[in-house]
Design a protein around this ligand. Sequence first.
Ligand code: NAP
Length: 290
Amino acid sequence: MSDSPPIETVVVNGLELAQELRGQMAEEVARHVDAGKRPPSLAVVLVGDDPASASYIKGKRRACKRVGFDSVEHNLAGDTSQEDLIALLQKLNADDGIDGILVQLPVPKQIDANAVAEAIAPDKDVDGVGPINAGRLVMGEDGLFACTPLGIMEILARHEIPLEGANAVVIGRSMIVGKPISLLLQRKNATVTMCHSRTRDLDAICRQADVLVAGVGVPKLVKADWIKPGAAVIDVGATHVDGEPVGDVDFDAALGVAGLLTPHRRGVGPMTITMLLHNTLKTWRDRVGV
Ligand code: NAP
């Protein structure tokens, strides 16, 4: 029998943390609006009528309203050309009343998502998708970085997870999750291993992780015996199975093994939107001079 004491997993309440941060943002905005400044304003562009995208946009609209931001929506037809979309982005770039621009992904096939990301002015790129902000992240400079990774860093900081010298393993290498979170963890002096679909012995690599981030989209990929006892485990995955979102980590099995664990509901998700608001607030402060 093992002599190790049982592990009481701390389950992250991402919603509570998000609400606390949004409350602080709302106070800041109200104070400056009372003093005569215009509120922060986020432009959201949707191309087509994908129901999941429409629902994400609804969540963002509601979040903006609650913290006193304006949100301006542009709903474009599904057959909109790349040229027309970029022309709209250029107009929004030039509009001093807009602090942040977000194009809801995925975009239809006729549009190149990289070209869209490049067309958004770097100082309005609140989703952190463009090459200038990605470059700033690589170079260790200040910038607007992808929202989900920023939310994860906030969760780790709030729970005082030590990162200096820690072994961090990131599964997934996308531009919105895996790559930026790897760089942010490295900035905090973690030793980061990035894994992907061709990684060999993924389970053995995960077992070395003090901090494990799964941004894959494969339900319950990470089993309990992949987790080092006491590790901080961040589950980004949100795959819909029978209408329900399922994470990349086998949550029930990970309880009692992980030291810290995010649930797939009220975990990372609410923090992603909060960091979108955070980035918009940042660009607004610069624009209105507060
Ligand atoms: P993505 O662009 O599809 O990237 C998935 C990554 O996982 C790729 O790098 C892929 O490797 C890797 N991968 C796929 N199967 C694998 C396997 N069996 N073993 C190891 N690696 C594997 O996805 P994403 O946009 O980063 O999103 C990932 C997940 O997070 C999705 O479920 C998404 O819905 C969710 N998500 C949630 C939030 C939130 O706020 N909660 C935000 C963003 C994303 P290759 O590069 O080799 O193909």
